[in-house]
Design a protein around this ligand. Structure first.
Ligand code: B12
Length: 219
């Protein structure tokens, strides 16, 4: 049924997606597995079809809408599941945003939802966020963590600029910088001087919880 769900999404069949999501839930599959499994790999496949010239921007828009509609049903369950996986002793404050020039927000929002559900405070700056705005948010909210998302190769390079802006303003030592999004890798994160990287929302929560543990031990 996982394959069926992925196929329904790739075929942009909204009704089929919602129906199979219901069936999977009825069969006891977790919302986290559904979102990070077939729905995410369906989006990846849609990206591939776009790259190969079979799909166009209209199909990407449609896929995003279907994904968001499925999320309406899944989000309350995701929150419940993420709250159960939380083991952090300390609630951290996280400023999150998609970097300048990039409007992809599905993955970033998913990370925000799961982090909040795991007990952390999230300030979501939205999309197309420039280095100045990130730096100002660090001053204003005093977060423990700054999280950046990028889905485009071109915009992922901007993450380095944000880190440089923090350095320039003497703020770099105040926050841990985490990066993610389809255009990033662990190696990339290391290269630009970030403190961490995660491939998906569950791993992002684990990473933040690890940082929370370290902070509470240090204090
Ligand atoms: C849907 C989509 C769109 C939608 C976005 C709608 C929206 N509201 O987000 C729309 C139609 C707007 C769009 C536009 C474009 N897109 Co687009 N899009 C996609 C697609 C198909 C799916 C993205 C998605 O939502 N995935 C599902 C989520 C759940 O996964 P995720 O984002 O990766 O997030 C997870 C992890 O990465 C991680 N994570 C994410 N952020 C963070 C942050 C932190 C801190 C951490 C720790 C973890 C983390 O956790 C998340 C949850 O598990 C991808 C394909 C792909 N392979 O990603 C292409 C893709 C990203 N798009 C692409 C392109 C080229 C474009 C356009 C340039 C097309 C054009 N010519 O206009 C524009 C750019 C617009 C812009 N300026 O941003 C390319 C990018 C190629 C590249 N390497 O640069 C891709 C890869 C498609 C492809 N294969 O060619 N797109």
């Amino acid at each position: 049924m996982f394959n069926k769900l992925k196929d329904c999404l790739v075929d942009l069949d909204r009704d089929c997606v919602l129906m199979v999501v219901d069936e999977l839930l009825k069969n006891g599959v977790s919302a986290t597995e559904i979102v990070l499994g077939p729905l995410s790999s369906g989006m990846e496949e849609i990206g591939r079809l776009y790259e190969e010239g079979e799909y166009f921007i209209a199909e990407l828009v449609e896929a995003a809408e279907i994904f968001k509609e499925a999320m309406k049903k899944l989000e309350p369950l995701l929150r419940e599941e993420a709250s159960r996986m939380s083991s952090a002793r300390r609630r951290l404050r996280i400023v999150l945003g998609t970097v300048k020039g990039d409007v992809h927000d599905i993955g970033k929002t998913l990370v925000a939802v799961m982090l909040q559900a795991a007990g952390h405070e999230v300030i979501d700056l939205g999309v197309d966020v420039d280095a100045e705005k990130f730096a100002e948010a660090v001053v204003k909210y005093k977060p423990h963590i700054l999280g950046m998302s990028a889905l485009l190769t071109t915009t992922s390079r901007y993450m380095r600029k944000v880190i440089e802006e923090l350095e320039k303003r003497g703020l770099r030592g105040r926050v841990k910088v985490l990066v993610g999004g389809a255009a990033t890798t662990r190696e990339f994160a290391e290269k630009i001087g970030a403190d961490g990287w995660a491939p998906n929302a569950v791993e992002a929560v684990k990473l933040v919880n690890e940082i929370a543990e370290k902070i509470s031990v240090e204090e």
